[in-house]
Write a protein that binds this ligand. Structure first.
Ligand code: PXL
Length: 290
């Protein structure tokens, strides 16, 4: 009997044409790491919603559940269901249906809702509540600080986080359901800029620090979650996967910054992708206990 060689993930996210985010970056990243991606677009947009004015967009709410019905008929196996930018409350329900049907698959929720203390354009309170609910069914979640604060119904911390505060945030998120929690873009009391994580299976807390540049590019959260998800699917421990994602996003940002391109155009994947491929066989060792 033929068994598939590569791990397979269904990625439920939007497809933005210009601006290098969501499926446009998730596909190359995961393919380069040897994972087969089945993209399920939640919406098609001309650009992301962060700085290009009025967007040409088509909502694909009813398409998502149709893909599940077809995959059921095909008896497709999925090793992972990974959700990101959702376009309607109905799509939250459709993601739950995906989780229910592929109950043995790894469930990753990137609760894409906002950044820098603000919700992305087009996110209603109802959709935010739905995504906060979806988080409870996940095995792994990857919020940034803004999204972590929304899920916890807390104000976004204005100060740097002490180790105790960082650990508390991670543990509180995990107590909602996901066994593994990652928070990106955390500034620690030490002044370090870190991605922090908690694995409740063994009670361990981790941090991967990176150099902080005075720029922010859209899509880096999507790239981070995609590298992390593919790395876990391929057998990395949580700290190794977080570190792999941290290292790749760091080099993608540094590379792009050196070219001084407009930030709204995202990171130069075309330049950075080779680092992902050439470094994938190396063991990521930049993580430390938190
Ligand atoms: O990278 C997050 C993201 C994904 N998809 C769309 C977005 C954004 C952030 O602005 O607008 C459409």
């Amino acid at each position: 009997m033929f068994t598939k060689k590569h791990k397979r993930v269904v990625a439920i996210h939007d497809l933005s044409g210009f601006g290098r985010c969501s499926l446009s970056v998730i596909l190359p990243v995961m393919s380069a790491m040897g994972v087969q991606v089945c993209p399920v677009p939640t919406a098609v947009l001309s650009t992301h919603t962060g700085g290009f004015g009025e967007v040409a967009a088509v909502d694909l709410t009813d398409y998502v559940i149709g893909t599940l019905e077809h995959y059921k008929k095909l008896n497709l196996e999925m090793d992972c269901v990974y959700t990101g930018y959702l376009n309607s409350v109905k799509q939250v329900e459709h993601c739950k249906e995906y989780f229910k049907f592929f109950d043995n698959a790894l469930k990753v929720v990137d609760p894409v809702m906002g950044d820098h203390g603000k919700l992305y354009r087009s996110f209603t309170n109802e959709l935010v509540d739905g995504i906060c609910e979806l988080v409870k069914s996940a095995d792994i979640i990857t919020p940034n600080m803004t999204e972590a604060s929304i899920i916890l119904n807390e104000n976004m911390p204005m100060d740097r986080l002490t180790t105790a505060q960082a650990r508390t945030m991670l543990a509180k998120l995990s107590s909602k359901g996901p066994k593994k929690v990652v928070i990106t873009g955390v500034v620690l009391a030490t002044g370090e800029y870190a991605n922090i994580s908690y694995d409740s299976d063994n009670g361990t807390y981790w941090k991967s620090c990176s150099q902080h540049l005075p720029v922010s590019y859209p899509g880096t959260g999507d790239i981070f979650a995609a590298v992390l998800t593919a790395a876990v699917m391929c057998g990395d421990s949580l700290p190794m996967a977080v570190d792999r994602a941290t290292r790749f996003v760091e080099i993608a940002i540094k590379t792009t910054y050196s070219y001084s391109t407009p930030t709204r155009e995202g990171v130069m994947m075309e330049e950075a992708l080779k680092w992902l491929i050439t470094s994938f066989s190396e063991i990521p060792q930049g993580y430390e206990t938190l």
